[in-house]
Design a protein around this ligand. Sequence first.
Ligand SMILES: Nc1nc2c(c(=O)[nH]1)N[C@H]1C(S)=C(S)[C@@H](COP(=O)(O)OP(=O)(O)OC[C@H]3O[C@@H](n4cnc5c(=O)[nH]c(N)nc54)[C@H](O)[C@@H]3O)O[C@H]1N2
Ligand SMILES: Nc1nc2c(c(=O)[nH]1)N[C@H]1C(S)=C(S)[C@@H](COP(=O)(O)OP(=O)(O)OC[C@H]3O[C@@H](n4cnc5c(=O)[nH]c(N)nc54)[C@H](O)[C@@H]3O)O[C@H]1N2
Ligand code: SF4
Ligand SMILES: [Mo]
Length: 674
Amino acid sequence: MSLGELQVLGACPLDCPDTCSWVVTVRDGEAVKMRGNPDHPYTRGALCVKVNRYLEHTRAPDRILHPMRRVGPKGSGRFERISWDEALEEISVRLRGIIDEHGGEAIWPYLGTGTLGYVQGSEGMAGRRFWNVLGASKHFLNICSTAGNIGLARTNGTAGGMDPETFALSKLILLWGTNTLTSGHHLWKFIQEARAAGAHVVAIDPIRTRTAEQADEHLPIRPGTDAALALGLLNVVLSEGAEDRDYLENHTSGWEGFRAEILRHPPERVAEITGLPESDIRALGVRLAHTRPTGIRATMGIQRHAGGGTAMRTIAAIPGVTGDWRRPGGGVAYSTTAYFHLNIDSREDLLAAPVRQLTMTRLAEGLDESVKCLWVYAANPMGSTSAQERVREKLLREDLFTVVMEQFPTDTVDYADIVLPATMQTEHTDLHAGYGHMYLMWNEPAVEPPGECLSTMETFRRLARHMGLTEPSLYDSDLELAEQLLASGHPSLEGVTVDRLRKEGWVRLNVPQPFVPFADGFPTPSGKLEFGPGPAYVPSHTASAERGPYPLALITPASHTFLNTTFGNNPELLRRSKGPLILVSPADAAQRGLSDGQRARVFNDNGEFEAVVEVSDRVRPGVVASTKGHWRKLSPGGATVNAVVDERDADMGRGAVYHDNLVELSPCASRRRT
Ligand SMILES: Nc1nc2c(c(=O)[nH]1)N[C@H]1C(S)=C(S)[C@@H](COP(=O)(O)OP(=O)(O)OC[C@H]3O[C@@H](n4cnc5c(=O)[nH]c(N)nc54)[C@H](O)[C@@H]3O)O[C@H]1N2
Ligand SMILES: Nc1nc2c(c(=O)[nH]1)N[C@H]1C(S)=C(S)[C@@H](COP(=O)(O)OP(=O)(O)OC[C@H]3O[C@@H](n4cnc5c(=O)[nH]c(N)nc54)[C@H](O)[C@@H]3O)O[C@H]1N2
Ligand code: SF4
Ligand SMILES: [Mo]
């Protein structure tokens, strides 16, 4: 180690279940190397194809380094550099004017998932104290996982399930609506451990993803019919007499009604609904009946559908019937967030009067005349949100004052009136929790911010000071905020302090290992797993709607090379994405005169985007698939997948329906590859 060389421990801030521990080598004040922490039990020394480029990204030539004011028309992306003082002054005057004339509720603080940090980002609702002092509208951050959270909580009382590390102990693993090798690959090592001990791995996904390719078996289910499959599998479990009667009697409620629902779903009926061969359903049902423990990894794919919350709820019932919730390696793993009992104190008492809530997944609808300021931070709604064209029209409103805190000139930045330069993870302090593991993570800044970039909380502190706000808690430092977060008094955090985290980098929650969450009952009102009431299967839009002029079901999951729209501007990752691509089955391609490598228009009544056709049997006829993450201004045709996604709600939590839309395809006039 040379003089002046340091190893700084940090955590990946991105919206990914793995929340990796990283080690940054800093030489003479510059970050020269970043690697996955070999000592962290979940990271195990590896980052991923995206974050391997994180340091390169922090130094990218298009990084925003200074505050800017719009000079061109909205949407033009033309700005002039201004000082922080000018920016804070202009913002203060505009916010005061809006509050005086229209009230604080005319401000929409639109916080996204660019960082999940508890101090600087979405998990701790960063900035909420400031917004409460101003009386701004609340923001319902439901874009990602709310439908599934609610669905699971209806059954189990919480969305927290298995500790993903216990998959190493499973004997049958169902990867259900999850693309592990793309969207959180660190779980794979635990799956491989289970396999080495004889486990059988089944992927249930309409697409033959890279994960499905690596599984022992793949069931290419018709989108949005998973709850029916769950009922069909349980039907076989009952035929085999393999239900755990003792568990059902002592730890569940509503079994009689749910049993009747299961009996209405024999494999032959479920085969019709799901488009899967009856023999495959029976075979998997028999395997499920006789393999203890069965671990089900079901992440966010399924709940991005009209019936997605219900589907997660019904899948959560499976280990209630087999009794697998008793066993390490048995159960369902969705998200571990619920286990981190941090003290998120956004100080509701600072609100002078109750305020309305605006919904993240309903940006186009919500941005009506009553909203005069849209404040976007750690979010890129022009790329990530449904009804892209309608959102764009709203962002063009001359009477809307739009502030964007950003690291990069995203598609959303183009519509800003004021742009504020934001730090990246190596440049600020934060506290994180994995949503796919059980560790609290510390992120120590490794380097000074470049240019005039400021962290989220430092920006709010400076703005509060500029506006003359007197509430003392607005000025708490990042370390004070972290201490407050840890001070919940919950037993799982006993002995976890900021000092210890700064020293060790990460700490596992105080829970037994292996962790069997529902060994002593469920956090429901009855203390039992609740099978009912309510429907067990709600078909998706694409499974139930008239096909009409748009006969193809479009799925738009995670891209391997981007993280949401983050990295969409990294030239190497963009090149490796080979996209925007759209997977089309040979039959559907032939019917439309589309050939491999040709550019197609993908369209419906919401709008259209262009993509290069990949003719492939990785999707079943009637289904097409693209990915999220591309930038509009870097895409041919200047629009992306969300141009065709409806602003329509899932069945629970007003979740978005990214995988549940109908489209048609036609060849583009030009045959040029992008
Ligand atoms: N590389 C990469 N990693 C990421 C992300 C990224 O953008 N890129 N995004 C991050 C974020 S924000 C999140 S929330 C997670 C999301 O990652 P996941 O939880 O994996 O969710 P999705 O990618 O939306 O969908 C997962 C799988 O569900 C399948 N699917 C879609 N509809 C259905 C259905 O009806 N039934 C079944 N059985 N399967 C279906 C899709 O084909 C896809 O393969 O990943 C995180 N990790
Ligand atoms: N079609 C389709 N669309 C989807 C999905 C899908 O499956 N299909 N998935 C949805 C899901 S799961 C999610 S979570 C959403 C994500 O949607 P968003 O929350 O909009 O997330 P990103 O698109 O990653 O944009 C985050 C932005 O935050 C910026 N950022 C990162 N860190 C910081 C910071 O510390 N400070 C500030 N000020 N900015 C920062 C990044 O540069 C980036 O531009 O997208 C959704 N969109
Ligand atoms: S995106 Fe996920 S896999 Fe990649 S470094 Fe971050 S936490 Fe790890
Ligand atoms: Mo997400």
